[in-house]
Design a binder for this molecule. Sequence first.
Ligand code: ATP
Length: 905
Amino acid sequence: MPTTGDALALAATGLRTAAARALGVLAAADRTAEVAHTDRVAEAGVARGMATAGIAARGRQAAGEARRACRAAVAALAPGAAGAPWGSDPTPVTDPLAYSHCVRIGELDGVPLLVPLLDRASLTAYTSESPLGFLHGVTLRALLGTGPGQLALSGFDPLLRGLFAPFAELRQADPDLVEAPGASEADLGDLLGRLSEDVRRITDLRRGRGVTLGGLRTAAGRPVEMFRLVVLLDLPHGLTPALSSTLRALLRAGPACGISFLLHLDPAGPSDLFGDVGDTVTIGVSEGWSRLPGTPVRLDQPPASRILTGAVGAAARLARAAAAPSVRFAELLATADATRSSVDGISVPIGMDGATVVELSLGDERDQRHNVLVTGAVGQGKSNFLKVLVHAVAAYYAPSQVSLYLLDLKDGVSFYPLAATPDSPDWLPQARVIGLESDREFAVAALDYLFGEFERRSVLIRPHGDNLATYLRAVPGTVLPRIVVVIDEFQVLFEETDALTDRAVELVERLARRGRAYGIHLVLASQTISGITALLGKQDGIYAQFPIRIAFKNSAGESRAILDAQNPDAAHLRYRGEAIVNLDFGQRAANRRVVIAAGEDTELRNIRHTAWTRRTGCDEPPVVFAGGRPAQLADAADELLRLRAAAPDGPRVALLGLPIALPLRPGGVALSAEPGRHLAVLGSGGRRAEAGGNLAVGALQAAAVSLALQHPAGDATFTLLNGLGAAEFTGSGTDELLRLMELLGYPVRTIAAPDVPDALRDLAAALAASTSAAGPHYVVGLALDRIRGMDTPGEDFVTGADALRTVLRAGPVCGTHLLGWWTSVGTYRSHLSFDPSVEIDAILAVRVSQRDIVDLMGHTVTWTPRDNRALFHDRHEHAEPVTVVPMAPLDRRTASALLRVDWNA
Ligand SMILES: Nc1ncnc2c1ncn2[C@@H]1O[C@H](COP(=O)(O)OP(=O)(O)OP(=O)(O)O)[C@@H](O)[C@H]1O
C-alpha cells in the first residue's frame, strides 16, 4: 500500500511531469504551488497538491495529464468511494488495512478536491446552514474508504439534529462502531475525557516508533486499534474554556493516534476557533460552495438518502462479517480418535474462550452436569452448535460409548446428513434414532422408548448404587453406552393442550430428573423458552434439572428466561456463533463468553465418514423417521419377508403403514378367524399428490399386496369391489395394483360398481351355505359409499348392505375378510348394523373429523386430520388408537422394487 508520502510524491510528480511536458512551465507551476503553500488551506498537504493541480491545469491547458496524475493520487489517498463522486451504489473497501487518508469534498476546476482526514488531520466547517448533509457526506466517505469495522463514530449533537440517524444499521451491526451522540456539556466532557484516554493509550502503543496509527497498522500487517471520527455539531455549544482547551489538545494529538475530528461551527460564534490548531483544515460552507484562496470550490451534493442508507447497510454487513470471530472446528479436534471412555462422563470441545478451549462435560458426578438447555434467536448459531456437539461426540467416542437420539421438531435439515442419503451411503454409527421433521407423536414415541430403556437400565444399575460408572466397573465387558438425546425446537412438544403434551411433560420431567443415574442426558434447544405455557408451574422443577445453559444472542427477556432473572447478558452478545456458556443454572457470575466452533460442511462430512469406516460391531444404521414423507411398501420388504416366513403358523397381517412408535416397524391388521377381523378405512383419503396421493387407497393397496405375499402357496383369492371412477382408478395407482398382483401370481377379480350389490349377495349366500373354510378370500372395497343400490332389495328381498353384513359376520371363520374404504362415515354406519364395531374390529381413519373420531373411537380420543397421517385403532389388539403414516399409493417404481425382491430367499 502506498503511504501518504508516496501518494503525495506521486501527485506532485504527475503534476510536474504533466505541466512540464505540456508547456515546459514547471517553474510557473512550482510558483503557483508556492503561492498555495502560503495559504492555510493548502497547508493540509494534499489539498495543496490538488489545488495546485487544478490551477496548473487550468492555466496551462494540461488538464488531461494533470487529471490522470490526480486520479492516481486520489485512488491512493482516498480509496474507493472516499475519493469518487457519488455513484448510484457506492461500495465500501474490503481491505481491513485500508483507511481514508483523505476524503473528497468537491471539485476544483474539474479536479477532485480532497481534504486530509484519518491519521492526518481534522476538518472544521463553518456554516450557518444545516450542516448535516455535508457532515454525513464526509462521514460516509471516511467510512467507505476504511476497512470493514475499522472506523468508529462518536459525536456531540446538542440541538438533537439526529447526527447519526443514517448510521443506525452500522450501530445495529456493532454498537461499538457508532456511539449514541451526547447532547449535554457533561456528555461532551465525558466524550473528550475518553478520547484523551484513548490518545494516551495509543501514544503508548506508538512510543519510540515515530509512526502514526496507520503506519503502525501497516507495519504490523493487521488492524491494531481502529480509527475514530469524532463529529461535533453546533460548536461552541457546550464548550467551556476547559473543554475547549482539551479539544485543542486532541486536535493536535488525535489524528496521529487515529482520532480525527469533524467540527461544525456556527459562523455567528467566535471566528476561526480551531483553524490554527494542528493539521486542521478549515472551510466555510455556503450554498454548496466553499472558498479556497482565490478559487471558489464547488462542493459535492450531499449523498441522497437512498445512497446513504444503502452504503451504510453495505458497510454494516461487511463490518458484521469481518468482526465475527471464528473458530475452526478442525483445530479443536486435533487429536480426536474416538477412543475416549464414557464410563465417567462425556467431555467434548465446543469452542474457545479467548485462547482457552472450552469443553462441554456431561456426567453424574458432583462436579459434573447432566442436562443442557440451549436457546438463541433465529440464525444466531443454535443449529451449528448442535451439529458441532454431535460431531464432536462422534469424533471422540465410539458407538459402544455413546448413543445419540436426534430429533428435529421443525422442518430443519441439520440432522439430514447423519443418515444415509442417495449421495452418500455412510451414516453416523453413534446415531440410533434420527427424527427429521419429526412431529410431536414421534418425539413422544421416542421419549417413551427411552423411558423403557431407562427402566431396563434401572433394573441393572440400581443394585450398584444407582450409578452407571459403578455398575460398569463392577461388570467389566458390559456395553452400555451413555445416551445423549438432542431435541431441536423442543417447545413444539408442548404447543398444544392435549394428552400428548401431558405425556411429553411427564416423560421429559422423568428423564431429566432421573436419567442421569443411568447415563441418559438431555440437550433441549429452542428459539424461545419463555412462552412454553405447558411447563408453567413445572418450569422450576424441570429446568432445575438443566444445570448447563447455552444462550446464543437473543432478547433480554429470553436471556433472563434461559439464564436467570438477573442475567440479560445473552442480549448483549455481538456475533452470531458467540454464546454464553453457563454451568451454574444461569447465575450471572458463572457466565462465560464462548465462540462456538464453526462446523464447516466438509469437516463434518469427514468426521462422519471416519466414524462410519471405524464402526466396528455397529452395523445397524440409525432408525430414520422422515415425518413429511409417505411410507412406501417397498421399504417394508424386510418386514414382509419376516411375515411371509411366519405365515403358515399364524394369521396374515395386512400392512397399512408405519405406526409412529419405536422400534419403527410397518404395521397393520392381523386377519385371524375371529369374528370382526376386517378393516374399515374411513375418510376422504386426500388426493393431492404432494400430500402423498390418496392414502386411503394406498393403505388398501398395501394391504392387498402384503397379504398376497403371505400366501406363498398361491392359496388365496382377491376380489376388488370398485366404486372409483375411471380417472380416479388410474390416478390412484389401482391399475398398477392389478398389474402387480397378476405378476405376483394373484390375479384380482374386479367387480364394477353396478354389479357390487349382486356380487355381495352371491358371496353372502355362499358363506351362509358353507360349513367349512372355503380358503382365504380377501375382498377389497374401494369407495363403497359411492356404490348405488346398496339399499335396494334384490329378488330375495336382501339388500346389498344386508349381504355386506352377512359377509362381515360369516366371513372370518371361512377365511373371508373385507378391507373396505368408505369416504363418508355416515354411509359406513348406514351400511353396517347399529354398532359397527361388532362387525369390524379395525379402523384406519384418514382425514376424519374429530367429531366422527369421537363417535368411532370414544370421547377420550383427540385427533386433528392432517397430511400424511392416519389414526389406526384395532379394538382387538390395542387399548388406544395409534397414529400411523399410511402407505403411499402404488406407482411403477414401487411395484418394480417389490418385484425385484427375492421373496423365496
Ligand atoms: N459458531 C459459528 N461460527 C461461524 N459462523 C456461524 C457459527 N454459528 C452459526 N454460524 C453461521 O450462521 C448461520 C446460521 O447459523 P445456524 O443455522 O446455526 O442458526 P440457528 O440459530 O440455528 O438458526 P435457525 O434458528 O434459523 O435454525 C450459519 O449458516 C453459519 O454460517
